[in-house]
Design a protein around this ligand. Sequence first.
Ligand code: FE2
Ligand code: ZN
Length: 794
Amino acid sequence: MSDQGNNSNQLADVASDVPDDTSSDAATSSNNSPDVQPSTPSDATASEAVVPEPRYPKRPNRNADSLMEVKKAKRTAPSKQAYKKRECLELSPWKIQLFSSEWLAGVCLRSVHDQSQNRQISEEAKEVVGGILRKVEDKNCYSYVLPIETPLPESDSFRGMGPVMKKYLLAEPLKAPSKKPNVAPSMRMNYTGHPYLNPETATSEQIVRLVMSGIPVYEEFIHKNNKFLPEGDTELVQKEIDFFVNHAGHPEELSNNGYLPVAVYKVKDNSAEEMEKAKKLACTTSMCMFQNLTNVIGFDDAEFTVDKMNEIAPDYEIEVLRMIPQPPTHNFITQSKVGSQKSNQWDVQNFRHMIRIKEYAEYHNKMISDSKAAYESILEHPEESESILQNLQDKLRASSLPHVGFEVHKEATVIAFGTNIDLDDEEKFPKQAENVAKFPDFLAPHTSTNILNYAQESIKGLNKPQLYLKTPGSRTDPHLENSGLGSVNHNLGPDPCLWYGVPFEYAGAFQRLMTKRLNLTHGNKLDVYAYSYWGIESDCILEGIPLQKCIQKAGDTVFVGIGTFHWVQSIGFATNLSWNIGHENAKQLSTALLMHDNYAAAKQWTLMGIETILWNMVFQKIEVEDEMKKYMRSALMRSLAKAERELQLVQKKNMNVEGPPAPEGVQVVERCMLCSDCLFNFIPWTTRREMETPSTIKIKRKYTKKYEESDEESDEEDEDEELMEQEEGEKIKEENEVQVKEEEDSLEEEEDEMSEKPICFQCIIDNKLFGEITSVSQRYDMAELEAAFDGFKM
Ligand SMILES: [Fe+2]
Ligand SMILES: [Zn+2]
């Protein structure tokens, strides 16, 4: 007992600096177990859960009335919240590192403890371990198991965003201007704003006529309307909270603390009927969790462990993100070296470099074995827990990976988060691909129901399955999936991850809060997609942005719904498998179109080849619902008009056109070498090189070299001569291979210099590159596009 008292060292000390300690309140109300069974009958319906007075006061919907009026509306926060003011610790760099490494040691011990549930533990040890676990406990996590038949209230309403989407994307047609604009309109797509023809009834003839007269078919892009995503009705969140109170046992006194519980659905079997129910939930959720899903589909977790990856592809290079570990509620920047720092800053400054899987596995396993040894010592000598913990902190720091290309405080333990192992290489990862394919259609990356597959691409960060190797503290910053797509994330464990989610109707509010916290509100250089940051929980709650916060245990599959901002932290050792899903419906398409323009406001371009996808759906005569058709027709009308304008430009500049069809070798989606915007019907080519070599490539080379050097050292220490000879041989072979590879690389670089790259019309205009265009590939005859458009009737 006394040890535990002594043991409450730095973590407890610094915690007393918290200006407003709400932890006692939160502790009693915290619910970390997603296993609470609902008290509701399984046939509960949405309408039963309505409570008369919403406790989230309705905020003025600044988008619904006028597109032109983006006023700064005052956000009314909920009356009672889990936080009374911003939570903040202010620490010196040295104390930050103590705080960080103590948290790391605590969660490492929790990992071992959780994995050894059946151990006999002395009362004294139990108390000491309990004390350590309490200090790293995550509060305010709320999730409840609901019957899979149970949708949340108004699940068909697209979170009340339908009218907002229509206002933005299906705006009333305006009368076309009577004369040509003085300045040539942009050659880029924009999907928001008013059209000059009614997309529901327009014919290709009308479109062509307007383009020929020099008048654009739709309004120019309006930056201020797209700077932030639109905000929607805020009533639904309160209805959902009330639903959890009335039907899932969520304590009523928590119904206005600012958090929105997460629904968990236990999948019973692999039947088509069960999957249909799960699909309905995935298509309508903001964020939910499926349990037992991978068991019923016969998914083999063992094929995805760190050791398995090391066995299959030890030399595969992954990018690691380096950061200091800390509780999810805090955010000290990694490189704090001077001055005191606050724990509630949103800014993130992490480091990245490349590393081979074998080095990662060695590091990862060393952390686990050190933690196990410390845990055993504590069970044996609980009275010495303080020194054992200190010793573990030292070991974790000593065994961390080298600091490649960065410097930090000397006391810092900089963890490594292994990101993005691409599993779509079926030759290298056949069993993994086989297992990913077991996911039901609505969740699998490559199925006919995934809208992304009309572009026939497997793109990193889009529909490519990726594996993430996480040590405790590994963070994935707040983000929306590309184009607001949904995403599947399965936790293979062994430990949990902590998730935050913000429903779509609050995405704009979240973007505004982020820009405020990052001090980006001044000037015009605002780019909401250019910064790394961490979402501070108490700030979101105080701003009236409802937070979903839940624990994803090993075996749980999180489904992130359309347009949901989310951020994740591993609170133990975990491997996660993830990819994006684009469901073929109006919600998904309208979100992708809206986000296209939100990217455009930040001068970025969507990865998703929207035009290609939509035209391919038309060519393949895919049956779609009426609402989807409206969005498709609006987008296609703009796409056709843009293609006509491109043709005009190509003819005017006498460019050398190849096709239709486009010559062999032209990809289904080509992207501009300068801005990455997707190109559709006309693809200009240039040999001019403007692209910078990404900095990670330089670091990668440097780092590989460093490991080669350390490999040599360890070879020298080897005393087994035979083995040494064998290794020598292999080393020479390896060196030769490296040399050959380097030669190939430089040859490739030279070839690269000469090869043609696609470039978009706007970049040609902006950089005055008409003289540098060698040819323009044309995919379809314009008459073919026009006929397809006219055939796609409402
Ligand atoms: Fe994500
Ligand atoms: Zn471009």
